[in-house]
Design a protein around this ligand. Structure first.
Ligand SMILES: [Zn+2]
Ligand SMILES: [Zn+2]
Length: 343
């Protein structure tokens, strides 16, 4: 089958062996679309690869099936294992890329995202991929395979909003309007956010944020973000602030924009080795709470429900798998939102 295999600095689209027939608890899926994740872009971004032993380096002697990229996929079931009786060949599905083991300390303490022995799926920049049945979700009738491929990143936004504990009427600021920032905007509005400021340097992304319900959009490079924040936040700052930018300076700015008693959620992956700091008055003077996020524990079933309730089509564009390297560079330059690769 055709697949995009990770090489130093990018991908090589080549013929690789198709995944085997499913084991008793597995499901084999013909991939329809696979989105590109912001975290994957870091593998070719010098800010992340420099001085790091993890990003960018390809370990020696790894099975080629483990080097296939991609984890945000939708598709059609082509084979199911003997224990899987709740899903049939031909059904349309979207997938998680890992399955918690269910037996480790964290899985048994309602923290599946910290699982010590997760079962990985095969990469989905490919014509076929193999999943544990626990990672497979049926798509509702009225949800297309294109929108279905947005399920995994949507779960990340749902977890970020869970972490923020948004209450009806809260004021919200979102710094960075890439796909995750935009998805947080839509989920935060559903969760009851009353006024939302979105800060984003790329004009097309600001326009999309406006169209999808942002109260105000700010260009942080050419406009005065703090001034806009003072006006919309009525001088207090925002009840909830999300950093979806990945820049340590913006993480600090997120803390500055939070109101007293506010919650800051850092959704981004920051370059390795960087520090985030804030004034010593913030913990006591503002009772600031700063939370991180790691993937999306227990968010998939609710996110499936949201697929048909949110406006996800405006985020999506489709490119052939063969263009994976060009698309990565386009996304790093801020061109495109949720780009789906079609194998
Ligand atoms: Zn992802
Ligand atoms: Zn576990």
């Amino acid at each position: 089958m055709k697949a995009a295999v990770r090489i130093e600095g990018g991908f090589s689209v080549q013929e690789v062996p198709e995944p085997p027939e499913p084991g008793p608890d597995q499901v084999k899926v013909k991939i329809a679309y696979c989105g590109i994740c912001g975290s994957e872009l870091h593998s070719i971004d010098p800010a992340y690869t420099a001085g790091s032993s993890f990003w960018g380096k390809i370990p020696q002697g790894v099975d080629i099936s483990r080097l296939i990229g991609g984890h945000e996929a939708s598709g059609t079931v082509v084979a199911v294992g003997s224990n899987v009786n709740w899903i049939q060949v031909g059904e349309r599905v979207a997938m998680n890329f890992r399955t918690p083991c269910g037996t480790c300390y964290y899985c048994r303490n309602m923290m599946e995202h910290f699982c010590e022995r997760p079962i990985p799926a095969t990469g989905s920049y490919a014509e076929y991929a193999l999943y544990h049945a626990n990672a497979v979700y049926k798509l509702p009738e009225n949800v297309s395979l294109e929108v279905g491929a947005v399920l995994e990143p949507l779960t990340v936004a749902v977890h970020a909003v869970d972490q923020a504990e948004i209450k009806p009427g809260h004021t919200v600021a979102i710094l960075g309007a890439g796909p995750i920032g935009i998805l947080i905007l839509e989920v935060a509005l559903k969760a009851g956010a009353a006024r939302v400021l979105v800060s984003e340097p790329v004009e097309a992304r600001r326009a999309l944020a406006s169209r999808l319900g942002a109260t105000i959009v700010v260009d942080p490079v050419n406009e005065d973000l703090l001034k806009a924040a003072v006006i919309l936040g009525e001088g207090r700052g925002f009840d909830r602030v999300f950093d979806a930018s990945g820049k340590p300076a913006v993480a600090r700015q997120s803390c500055d924009l939070a109101a007293r008693g506010g919650v800051v959620v850092l959704v981004a992956v920051y370059p390795p080795g960087t520090d985030i700091s804030f004034p010593s008055s913030y913990p006591g003077g503002k009772e600031l709470t700063v939370k991180g996020t790691l993937i999306s524990p227990y968010c998939f079933p609710r996110s499936v429900n949201l697929l048909s309730e949110l406006d996800l089509e405006p985020l999506i564009s489709i490119r052939p798998l063969e263009e994976v390297n060009e698309v990565y560079h386009d996304l790093l330059a801020g061109r495109g939102m949720k780009v789906l690769l079609k194998p």
